[in-house]
Design a binder for this molecule. Structure first.
Ligand SMILES: C[S@@+](CC[C@H](N)C(=O)[O-])C[C@H]1O[C@@H](n2cnc3c(N)ncnc32)[C@H](O)[C@@H]1O
Length: 314
């Protein structure tokens, strides 16, 4: 299926399947489904870019862990200490993952890579939000699944991870941090294999590169970012909501000619789809949890309508 979506902003000719999607703003479609099962049913070569923020513990969105999060007791979710009177959003604790979890993670991303390779056209960008502890597994596994590694985008953001003194010995070792204080978030950049030269893919599929910020400025791999603003978290209170400012920059760059369909198989509350609506691209989201589908259907048009200040490529 060659370039299906037409120019950005035109109505999308997206593939239809048995399930009924929620339509948002004519540009976005959201399916409630397990994305692995959903991807298996998709026609080959039906999307042109993938921008996604997958679950990492693989268990953090299980019903058991979600109950622990809601009850605020134990589990993989950590509620960071409040700061300046502001309560911080809970974060998954990836250091509790063991070898068995890493093996599962590898299998998960290998399978995802293989399914995305099939569902996306040649030369499609696949951009995956990650974290410094697990990005190497994501990259290696998705390459095993058939994608090509193209590098990393560094989102410069202060997270709550790292920088702590040794537990129960913080006074004795007051000058020690157990690990570097994390000040960036890696996004793994992959691509489905090209068909011929870059120019052939650009002509045939509208893929094979990144959309430049301007004629003079290429899209860069370091983006200054802040945490998700409270105004956005009020609209979409998902524990892993990504800010519109960075999502719009990445989504815009993901289609080199501004033509095609962007897929987010782990749509959450819809920040990728909202960013796609804001830049005028058709998009498809898949989310397994009905509560987040309901949240996303409400949130996407509101997030898309927000005016945001982009901090920009560093
Ligand atoms: C890290 S969150 C994404 C949040 C999103 N970036 C946002 O801004 O709202 C991952 C999402 O994937 C969903 N999920 C987990 N496994 C899934 C699966 N197999 N298929 C579809 N969705 C899944 C979870 O319910 C969760 O909402």
């Amino acid at each position: 299926m060659a370039r299906k979506a037409g120019r950005a902003g035109s109505s999308a000719e997206v593939p239809t399947i048995g399930e009924v999607p929620v339509f948002i703003d004519n540009l976005a479609r959201l399916y409630q489904a397990d994305c692995f099962e959903w991807l298996e049913r998709q026609p080959e070569q039906s999307v042109h870019a993938v921008v996604t923020d997958p679950p990492y513990g693989l268990i953090e969105y299980s019903s058991e862990e979600q109950v622990k999060l809601l009850e605020g007791r134990g589990g993989i979710w950590r509620v960071p200490p409040s700061f300046d009177g502001h309560r911080r959003a809970p974060l998954p604790r990836f250091t509790v993952l063991r070898q068995r979890d890493h093996d599962e993670l590898r299998h998960f991303f290998q399978r995802l890579g293989a399914l995305l390779r099939r569902a996306a056209v040649p030369g499609a960008n696949v951009i995956v939000a990650s974290n410094p502890l697990l990005a190497h597994i994501v990259a290696a596994a998705m390459v095993e699944g058939g994608l090509e590694l193209r590098g990393y985008i560094a989102r410069l953001v202060m997270t709550m991870r790292g920088g702590d003194r040794p537990k129960n010995a913080h006074e004795e070792f007051a000058d020690v941090s157990v690990m570097p204080r994390s000040m960036w978030e890696p996004w793994v950049v992959l691509r489905t294999p090209l068909e011929g030269r870059v120019q052939d893919n650009l002509r045939k599929w509208g893929t094979g590169g990144f959309r430049r910020i301007s004629k003079e400025r290429p899209f860069g791999d370091v983006i200054r970012s802040g945490p998700t603003p409270v105004s956005e978290r009020r609209i979409a209170p998902h524990p892993s909501l990504k800010p519109q400012a960075i999502m719009r920059q990445i989504v815009r760059a993901s289609l080199p000619l501004g033509e095609g369909i962007v897929l987010d198989p782990f749509a959450g509350s819809g920040s990728t789809l909202a960013a796609a609506c804001a830049v005028g691209y058709p998009s498809i989201g898949v989310e397994r949890d009905s509560r987040f589908v309901a949240m996303a259907s409400e949130a996407i048009p509101r997030l898309a309508a927000l005016r945001v200040r982009e901090e920009g490529n560093a």
